[in-house]
Design a binder for this molecule. Structure first.
Ligand SMILES: Cc1ncc(COP(=O)(O)O)c(C=O)c1O
Length: 251
């Protein structure tokens, strides 16, 4: 019997307090609670006519739109590099499964990464975050933890970073992201950069790991947070151009 999801447990506790008449500000879910943007509401309404099964990686139109979205943000992207899924959560799980190896996580980190690693039978190497910001491990401690993991028989294969971060609500500075990517590169790790909160940064853009380890970083994102569409389950990933990214897309 596995333990219940921490976020779902918080949600149930909040609902129980609300039913008991308490006024509760729910910070347990990353949910803005704002109305759906007008243009978007029309597009979603019109989409009900397209009720058949679509291509597994997403429709050509959606993949082209997501590629354009990344390209407009300075990250040149082709539609073939994009994968869609019902939310970024299943994408994260699929990527962990496809990339392989034990999973390196910042500590603290969003609850689902370790749970997904456990479902896949992978070990978790958990590394404290630096004082400046969360979402990435401290680069020095990462180096140390990877050496210890290798010596202890673990096989770290993938590092998950969260930029901007949940649960700390901070954004790792560019130089820290770069330092962490250099360590990941030295140890041959792939990086999954969970950037689901990127559009909610009000202090300029966060520095994506994809800028420092382009050939082995997959970026995940979606419409759940900045567009408040969590229930619609629209997530997408940008895989790297090149052979490694192509393998990710086919797996
Ligand atoms: C860091 C982080 N990544 C991913 C997700 C899941 O997002 P999605 O709705 O795209 O599955 C959440 C949702 O709470 C989150 O906080």
């Amino acid at each position: 019997m596995t333990s219940p999801s921490a976020t779902l447990a918080i949600d149930e506790a909040v609902q129980a307090r609300r039913e008991a008449g308490h006024d509760v500000l729910h910070l347990g879910f990353g949910e803005a609670g704002v109305p759906v943007a007008p243009g978007l509401a029309e597009a979603l309404t019109d989409a009900h006519l397209r009720s058949g099964y679509g291509p597994v990686a997403g429709s050509p139109q959606a993949r082209a739109a997501a590629a354009g979205w990344f390209t407009r943000r300075g990250l040149s992207t082709e539609p073939g590099q994009i994968l869609f899924a019902p939310g970024s959560k299943p994408l994260l799980f699929a990527l962990l499964a496809a990339i392989g190896g034990d999973v390196v996580l910042p500590r603290p980190s969003w609850v689902s990464y370790a749970a997904q690693a456990a479902l896949l039978g992978r070990r978790v190497v958990s590394v404290p975050v630096p004082a400046e910001a969360g979402g990435i491990p401290d680069p020095g401690l990462l180096e140390q933890a990877l050496r210890q993991a290798d010596a202890g028989g673990a096989r770290p294969g993938v590092l998950v970073l969260t930029v901007p971060d949940n649960p700390t609500g901070t954004i790792a500075p560019a130089e820290q992201v770069e330092a962490v990517c250099a360590v990941a590169d030295r140890h041959g790790l792939a990086v999954i950069s969970d950037e689901i909160y990127a559009e909610l940064s009000h202090r300029g853009t966060a520095s994506s790991p994809v800028r420092y380890l382009a050939e082995r970083t997959v970026v995940t994102t979606g419409l759940s947070k900045s567009l408040a569409l969590g229930g619609w389950r629209i997530g997408f990933a940008r895989t790297p151009a090149g052979v490694w990214g192509g393998d990710c897309t086919r797996s």
